[in-house]
Ligand binder design. Structure first.
Ligand SMILES: *[C@@H]1O[C@H](CO)[C@@H](O)[C@H](O)[C@H]1NC(C)=O
Ligand SMILES: *[C@@H]1O[C@H](CO)[C@@H](O)[C@H](O)[C@H]1NC(C)=O
Ligand SMILES: *[C@@H]1O[C@H](CO)[C@@H](O)[C@H](O)[C@H]1NC(C)=O
Ligand SMILES: *[C@@H]1O[C@H](CO)[C@@H](O)[C@H](O)[C@H]1NC(C)=O
Ligand SMILES: *[C@@H]1O[C@H](CO)[C@@H](O)[C@H](O)[C@H]1NC(C)=O
Ligand SMILES: *[C@@H]1O[C@H](CO)[C@@H](O)[C@H](O)[C@H]1NC(C)=O
Ligand SMILES: *[C@@H]1O[C@H](CO)[C@@H](O)[C@H](O)[C@H]1NC(C)=O
Ligand SMILES: *[C@@H]1O[C@H](CO)[C@@H](O)[C@H](O)[C@H]1NC(C)=O
Ligand SMILES: *[C@@H]1O[C@H](CO)[C@@H](O)[C@H](O)[C@H]1NC(C)=O
Ligand SMILES: *[C@@H]1O[C@H](CO)[C@@H](O)[C@H](O)[C@H]1NC(C)=O
Ligand SMILES: *[C@@H]1O[C@H](CO)[C@@H](O)[C@H](O)[C@H]1NC(C)=O
Ligand SMILES: *[C@@H]1O[C@H](CO)[C@@H](O)[C@H](O)[C@H]1NC(C)=O
Length: 856
């Protein structure tokens, strides 16, 4: 702590400094500050930024230590010894400032003393929470060599339109995951010393500037995950030092750039996720690209045959050409270096055995979803292969050579035509992930593997018999999907054990009988339990309240005869609760003993049961998971009809794996087809993130609460077949997201609200309310007489036809599965992260760019 005297001196000095900053020219041509003044300038930077929670996602993901470096900066010590500060040992000038992962929040104003540190060469603000605009002055620091501001998600940068002060010195510019406003100006053409240029995930639109071609010193250029359109400029042919070029995930069109042949040092070329089309050039030679290790052309519109030079590249270890429209047969590879090859989801044809030969180093092969055929016999496949995916290859028998692949970890034979029993030898090998779904496997499932296998997908087969008792002995199994088979028998009663790792148990659409054993909750790790569409009876055991990790519980379409399982309200993570189409009955006593019942619930479906009494109003007041208006921000639709994005962290055997975009669910309440009575509680209006609300086919009375007008994200509202009276609140017309409305068959009266939204609904939305009038009904709002309508469509379920919960829950379940599979492969093959990133993306999961580390 300083004395008052010291404080006064410092304040005076700061005043001087500020004045000094203010008068110096914006181009950064500043006078030399003494080391003491530099110290003061640094101290002022410390004072202008605040310290936040040290939980930046990049630091966490990359395992970088994250702590407030500036905390210990004290005016009493030599600033050259401050954490993050580097000085020139001779002169004492501050030349480096590394404040990455330093938990900083705040902005750097254009009068910041930072810009007085004219000797600064390296400036690193990576992974903080800086916001406001990054002042242009930063680019005029005359000696700046490296600038890194990656991952300040709220930081906006405007690059200088004219010459930069640091034009001649700047070697590294990395602004990943910030926002570049106004595109890339031509002035970047002056950055003659630039070797690393990364603007990944910066929301940049427009064309890639031609002048990038002037930056001939570039070794790494990373523009992926932006919105660049147009073609790649031919001037890139000048970038002869380029080793790493990634333009993936943009909207780049045109053909494969033939100038690539000039970039003889290239090690990585990633053009995946664009709109590139036409056949690949056939006149390139493998000699042009002697260093190329990774080539990804995935997710484009390329067609024609795959030219032979691709298979001859001497250093190539990874080749991704999946998700295009390539046709013809594959040439034989001459490459002995290739380790990973995927050509899945094209229109390639020919027979499999030829293809598989000669790849002596191959450890990962995916040829799924093409038009390959032929009996798979022995091959000269690398016996050390780890990952083999032959989905949808018209295979009718499990290829026997697989038995000899002693290191195989991942096998996908899904979507083939394999009949017969699941061979027991599959349980013995090294496999950790096995996908045999969508085949014709029949017979029973006597055993499950006792170790190793982590993920087993046998959905959509013809398995019969009962569930194997050895499920209780499986300590490694994490995901077990046996849905859509003919399995019968009862659920096994497994003893208590700390060994279970089962997280996803999907037995949907089988013929499982009997009651739910209370020992089921011994599977403490369960995240998702799905028994939809079986013949389960009895009641829900009280022990289910011990499922502390459960996120999805789907018991729909069974024969459960019980009252509402109120004790599930304690489950902290339960997000999806589906009890539809059972024999649940009785009133729901929603007055709970705990403070937050169902704190995470986002989907509740109790439809088609015999529940009676009032709606569970108290629960509505507790559904925190549905009140979160923030869901708005995450509104981007990711897969199909899913609305919610989340991240789930999974810990498997001590390995932390985080996968994005796992959870994709609606926020929904469906209590239709019961005998609920009484009024609709006003509080429902507070469940702000609700997308779908269905109270139809009950005995509800009273008015439609005007509070419902606050459900501004509601897309579908069904209150039909009740006894609601009064007018339709005008407030409902303010829900602009509403695209489906059914108020039919009530006792509503008066004007249908004005408002564009309401005029778009058809008559059907209102029929069976004798006293409703006005457009779109043909009946005018006159008081004279009420026309009788005689629509008697009691069972009209047309309204939501086509909508099933299954779609939602499947989306969830397989998300976990895919995520897990990815994570596991990542872990097992010990690939560098940047490879993993591409692999992950290949399966359709978006990864953070920062996950993909460079290999230089
Ligand atoms: C920068 O300018 C703002 C007003 O624009 C002022 O409040 C602040 O004290 C100044 N900071 C410095 C370091 O000069
Ligand atoms: C330190 O300063 C001296 C004198 O200006 C200079 O010669 C030397 O290159 C500098 N060192 C560094 C690491 O910048
Ligand atoms: C971005 O800024 C908004 C407010 O402007 C804030 O709510 C949000 O937390 C910030 N996000 C990050 C990642 O800093
Ligand atoms: C870029 O290179 C071209 C031709 O080599 C040259 O005419 C132009 O002046 C350069 N532009 C900049 C900004 O250096
Ligand atoms: C690219 O390579 C071709 C053929 O080798 C050569 O004619 C051309 O000059 C090269 N272009 C550049 C910009 O170096
Ligand atoms: C390949 O052919 C295209 C025209 O089809 C031509 O533009 C390109 O320069 C050729 N490349 C090489 C390396 O010969
Ligand atoms: C490739 O697709 C284009 C249309 O996008 C088509 O005109 C062309 O014939 C196709 N070429 C081949 C070889 O299939
Ligand atoms: C798939 O391959 C078969 C021959 O194996 C061929 O008859 C058929 O036309 C091909 N289908 C497509 C869509 O290319
Ligand atoms: C489970 O393992 C124990 C000991 O390894 C064994 O005795 C028992 O038979 C196994 N149970 C099943 C159902 O496989
Ligand atoms: C539910 O079980 C009770 C007895 O526990 C029985 O009286 C009732 O009939 C059952 N309901 C149905 C619909 O089966
Ligand atoms: C409704 O009123 C309009 C004018 O207000 C009239 O033209 C129309 O004929 C009336 N329709 C019915 C069915 O009475
Ligand atoms: C297994 O294969 C099926 C069919 O190809 C697919 O839908 C499912 O997602 C696969 N499972 C995983 C985890 O990849």
């Amino acid at each position: 702590m300083w004395s008052l005297g010291q404080f006064t001196i410092i304040s005076t000095l700061l005043l001087f400094l500020q004045h000094h900053v203010a008068v110096s020219s914006p181009s950064g041509a500043t006078t030399h500050l003494s080391p003491n003044m530099q110290k003061l300038a640094l101290f002022q930077i410390k004072r202008s930024l605040s310290i936040n929670a040290c939980d930046h996602v990049i630091c966490e993901e990359e395992g970088l230590p994250s702590y407030p470096k500036t905390m210990d900066w004290s005016m009493n010590s030599d600033c050259c010894k401050w954490d993050g500060v580097t000085c020139n040992q001779t002169t004492g000038d501050v030349i480096g400032l590394d404040l990455s992962c330093s938990c900083l929040v705040g902005s750097i104003p254009s009068n910041s003393t930072l810009f007085q540190l004219s000797y600064l060469q390296n400036l690193n603000f990576r992974a903080n929470d800086l916001n406001g605009i990054l002042p242009e002055r930063i680019f005029h620091l005359p000696n700046l060599k490296q600038l890194n501001a990656d991952g300040n998600f709220n930081l906006t940068t405007i690059l200088p339109k004219i010459k930069w002060g640091s034009s001649s010195s700047l070697q590294m510019l990395s602004l990943q995951e910030t926002t570049i406003s106004g595109g890339i100006p031509h002035s970047v053409g002056y950055l003659k010393s630039l070797t690393i240029f990364s603007l990944s995930s910066c929301k940049i639109t427009g064309l890639i500037p031609k002048l990038i071609g002037n930056l001939t010193q570039l070794t790494e250029l990373d523009f992926d995950f932006n919105d660049f359109s147009g073609t790649i400029p031919d001037s890139f042919a000048n970038l002869q030092n380029l080793k790493y070029l990634s333009l993936s995930d943009n909207k780049i069109s045109g053909q494969f750039p033939t100038w690539v042949a000039n970039l003889t040092q290239l090690k990585l070329l990633d053009l995946s996720g664009n709109l590139l089309s036409r056949p690949l050039p056939s006149n390139l030679t493998a000699r042009c690209l002697p260093e190329l290790m990774l080539l990804s052309l995935s997710y484009n519109l390329f067609n024609g045959t795959i030219p032979s030079w691709l298979f001859d590249l001497p250093s190539l270890t990874r080749l991704f050409v999946d998700h295009n429209s390539f046709t013809g047969q594959l040439n034989e590879f001459k490459s002995s270096t290739l380790r990973t090859f995927t050509c899945a989801n094209n229109l390639l044809s020919g027979s499999i055995p030829i293809l598989l030969s000669k790849l002596a180093s191959l450890i990962s092969l995916d040829i799924s979803y093409n038009n390959f055929s032929g009996v798979v016999k022995t091959t000269t496949l690398n016996p050390d292969i780890l990952d083999l995916r032959l989905a949808s290859c018209k295979i009718i028998k499990i290829p026997h050579f697989i038995k000899s692949l002693e290191k195989l970890q991942y096998l996908d034979l899904s979507n083939n035509q394999i009949v017969g029993e699941v061979p027991q030898w599959l349980w013995k090998g090294s496999l950790s992930e096995l996908n045999l779904s969508y085949n014709y496997f029949n017979g029973g499932l006597q055993h499950l593997p006792e170790n190793r296998l982590i993920f087993l997908d046998l959905q959509h087969n013809k398995l019969k018999g009962s569930l194997p008792a050895s499920i209780c002995n499986s300590s490694s199994l994490y995901v077990l999907n046996l849905s859509h088979n003919n399995l019968s028998g009862v659920l096994p009663a497994c003893p208590r054990s700390s060994n279970y790792s089962l997280s996803v148990l999907d037995l949907r659409m089988n013929r499982i009988r009997g009651s739910l054993p209370s020992s089921l909750s011994n599977f403490r790790e369960l995240k998702s339990l799905n028994l939809y569409g079986n013949e389960v009876e009895g009641t829900i055991p009280l022990s289910f309240a011990k499922f502390g990790n459960l996120e999805v519980l789907d018991l729909g379409s069974n024969r459960i005869n019980d009252t509402f399982p109120q004790w599930l309200e304690v489950l902290p993570r339960l997000q999806v609760l589906v009890l539809k189409s059972n024999k649940f009955h009785g009133t729901i006593n929603s007055i709970s003993t705990i403070q937050h019942s169902f704190p995470s619930l986002r989907i509740i479906d109790l439809s088609n049961n015999e529940f009676s009494g009032p709606l569970p109003a108290k629960y509505f007041e507790n559904f925190k998971g549905m009140m979160n208006g923030d869901a708005n921000k995450m509104g981007s639709i990711y897969m199909g009809n899913s609305y919610y994005r989340d991240r789930v962290k999974m810990v498997i055997k001590g390995v932390d794996i985080e996968v994005l975009n796992i959870l994709t669910v609606f926020t929904t309440i469906d209590l239709s087809k019961n005998k609920f009575e009484g009024q609709i509680p006003e509080f429902i209006g507070n469940l702000k993130s609700l997308r779908l609300l269905n109270f139809s086919h009950n005995h509800l009375s009273g008015h439609i609460p005007s509070m419902m007008g606050k459900l501004l994200m509601l897309e579908s509202l069904d209150l039909s077949f009740n006894r609601l009276v009064g007018v339709i609140p005008q407030e409902l017309a303010g829900i602009y997201t509403l695209s489906r409305l059914n108020l039919s068959h009530n006792d509503l009266n008066g004007h249908i609200p004005d408002g564009t939204q309401f005029q778009t609904f058809e008559n059907d939305s209102y029929v069976g309310n004798l006293a409703l009038c006005g457009p779109p009904l043909s009946k005018n709002c006159t008081r004279e007489y009420i026309e009788m309508q005689d629509e008697e469509d009691e069972d009209a379920d047309y309204f939501f036809s086509g909508f099933t919960w299954e779609a939602v829950v499947i989306g969830y379940g397989s998300g976990v599965v895919v995520g897990f599979a990815v994570g596991y492969i990542m872990f097992r093959t010990r690939d560098p992260k940047w490879i993993t990133g591409i692999i992950v993306r290949k399966i359709g999961l978006k990864v953070r760019r920062s996950e993909i580390r460079r290999f230089f």
